[in-house]
Design a protein around this ligand. Structure first.
Ligand code: ATP
Ligand code: MG
Ligand code: MG
Length: 581
């Protein structure tokens, strides 16, 4: 909460609010605006991933925390869509869906604070002309290679471009001709005139516009010159009156440039004070996965996964399809916190957040994942006994699930051992004068193993048992039986067969792309296993995206696309315990 600043960004905001500089802010038109404005500015060049979720929770979370304070707060949703080559509406739509699914909203009091950097193309162009007129920008006609070579290196000054001393009038003419489409791609660029000997390479006359004869998904063919990130980003922030512009640490070196541009324009009276400031935090690195849109695109294109929403993908669409809840992702982001030091977060932290969210929320159900036939020898083949179990042990008001005890049942193969290991208290056959294993069939009867059958290869094909008719769960007689084992089961007569997908890490390596590793070499070939399981009868009609705790197994979700009422398909989200080796 706001009263206990839990991260360095809250401390900065608290300090700024206390200074009074952010009180009674108004926009250019004199309308009141919130004291604190953050923004989430993805580029629509791919699907959002779990790393973006950290930024979303941070930016929208700060806005929510400070909303109630005098002056208020909000978070703008901005699509940073200035590179027409890699961007697409499909990506833009999925980004907006992902933010909403995570539980955040850019509508404030009926006004949608959804922006596109491409909406600022006119203003960005106008500001570029202003800087040219001030002698602060020039058109450079060196080749891209020469520009690169002449930048110099760390500790070694760059070389001024031969075009650096063009007059503002010359530059203006050339820049207007660039805009008018008179030159091919790469013929000229617009650069800021800062310092070719600056110790920070970012400040060595950065390129801010380039020629790209490519249509843009929103502005069509209107432009053939496009602004670069460093120029666009800070100006977009300033135009939106962002107060705190929060980004990841790799932009730390770009901060002086951010300030240079914003201040140069503020001096010309273009922006009001206080101008936005950039603050950096550590990006999320999660073990056994990747958080780079470019590399995720490669996984999709090279068919290492079945698309962006493959449940093994760390994309928001993948995580959603896998069964993680928005609440669990927000809880995860809260738990990992925000700091200024890069670190790795273990995937198990995300899994634990899901368990902690679903433990109280997910209805219970029975699924047998590795079916083995169990035959109750002293039960009539045609008979059946109604049984029931609570949908959730802590929610009696949710009612019961109903099912039947019959002669033929399915149990898990590993609830039986031909030769019981020490401490194995489930089913095993009688050996010598030792009785067979006794267990309670949960919500049913106590049984005792009487024998088993196996095929020519030695594989156990059937377990036999007798049941104790007076041991039914919930009846007084059940107290007479003390057993150590408690196993789940499903009547073979009413079991619902279902495809179930079990997932493991997509990579065998906790850091698949660190150093000079090729992440494609670390793909886990066993990351997806598809089985046919048996589910209890009430699972037949579940709607897509229904989540359950399959008792003794973990949390599962009916697949968003493939599961249909009448023909359920489940994904295992996580097991009940952290079982990753
Ligand atoms: P990628 O490298 O995956 O393409 P990006 O930083 O280029 O990521 P953007 O679309 O520019 O992607 O990201 C939007 C916002 O999300 C930025 O403010 C960025 O700092 C933040 N972000 C991206 N990846 C992470 C991450 N792993 N952890 C935290 N924040 C992130
Ligand atoms: Mg980016
Ligand atoms: Mg990137």
């Amino acid at each position: 909460s706001i009263n206990e600043p839990s991260n360095f960004l809250r401390q900065i905001i608290d300090h700024d609010l206390a200074s009074g500089a952010y009180q009674n802010r108004t926009n250019k038109d004199g309308q009141a605006i919130p004291s604190i404005i953050t923004r989430f500015p993805p580029e629509p060049n791919g699907y959002l991933h779990i790393g973006h979720a950290k930024s979303i929770c941070l930016n929208f979370g700060l806005a929510a925390d400070y909303k109630a304070l005098p002056g208020g707060a909000r978070c703008n949703m901005r699509l940073d869509d200035t590179n027409p080559v890699k961007e697409d509406v499909e990506y833009a739509e999925s980004i907006l869906d992902a933010v909403k699914w995570l539980g955040f909203n850019w509508d404030v009091d009926g006004e949608a604070h959804l922006y596109h950097a491409s909406d600022y193309f006119d203003q960005l162009y106008e500001f570029a002309e202003l800087l040219i007129q001030q002698g602060k920008a020039y058109v450079d006609s060196q080749s891209a290679d020469d520009i690169h070579a002449n930048r110099g290196n760390f500790g070694q000054a760059g070389k001024n471009s031969p075009n650096r001393d063009r007059t503002p009038a010359e530059n203006l003419t050339l820049f207007r001709e660039m805009r008018a489409g008179q030159y091919p791609d790469g013929k000229h660029v617009l650069r800021l005139k800062i310092d070719m000997a600056h110790p920070n390479m970012v400040m060595r006359d950065p390129v801010i516009y380039r020629i790209r004869h490519t249509d843009h998904h929103r502005t069509g063919s209107k432009w053939c010159i496009y602004p670069l990130y460093d120029f666009t980003h800070c100006i977009s922030d300033a135009l939106e009156n962002v107060s705190h512009s929060i980004c990841t640490l790799e932009f730390e070196n770009n901060r002086p440039l951010y300030d240079w541009i914003v201040n140069a324009l503020a001096e010309l009276g273009v922006f009001k004070n206080p101008v936005p400031h950039q603050y950096e935090f550590a990006r999320l690195n999660l073990t056994y996965t990747l958080t780079s849109k470019r590399k995720l695109l490669q996984l999709v294109e090279e068919k290492c996964v079945d698309g962006w929403d493959d449940p093994r993908m760390p994309t928001i669409v993948g995580i959603r399809r896998r069964g993680y809840t928005p609440e669990s992702i927000r809880l995860f982001c809260e738990r990992i916190g925000v700091s200024k030091a890069d670190s790795w977060i273990d995937m198990s932290t995300l899994d634990q957040a899901l368990r902690d969210d679903l433990e109280a929320k997910a209805p219970r159900a029975t699924a047998v994942l590795q079916p083995l036939k169990l035959v109750i020898e002293n039960f009539e083949a045609s008979a059946s006994e109604p049984c029931s179990a609570p949908r959730h042990p802590q929610h009696p008001e949710w009612g019961n699930r109903e099912f039947h005890f019959t002669r033929d049942l399915w149990i898990e193969a590993d609830d039986f051992m031909q030769e019981p290991a020490k401490g194995f208290f489930r089913l095993y056959p009688p050996i010598g004068d030792q009785l067979g294993g006794r267990v309670r069939l949960r919500h049913g009867f106590v049984i005792e193993c009487t024998g088993f059958e196996k095929d020519a290869s030695g594989k156990v094909t059937q377990v036999n048992a007798m049941y104790f008719p007076d041991s039914k769960s919930g009846t007084p007689g059940s107290n007479n039986y003390k057993v150590k084992g408690n196993i789940h089961w499903i009547s073979a007569t009413e079991a619902v067969p279902a495809e179930v997908r079990l997932f493991d890490h997509l990579f065998n390596d906790p850091h698949p792309d660190s150093g000079d590793k090729n992440f494609l070499d670390a793909i886990n070939p066993q990351s997806k296993q598809t089985i046919t399981a048996y589910l209890e009868p009430c699972m037949k009609q579940v709607p897509a995206e229904a989540r359950f705790q399959f008792e003794r197994h973990g949390y599962f979700i009916a697949d968003q696309t493939d599961s249909k009422p009448g023909k359920p398909v489940f994904n295992r989200t996580v097991g009940l315990k952290d079982s990753w080796k």
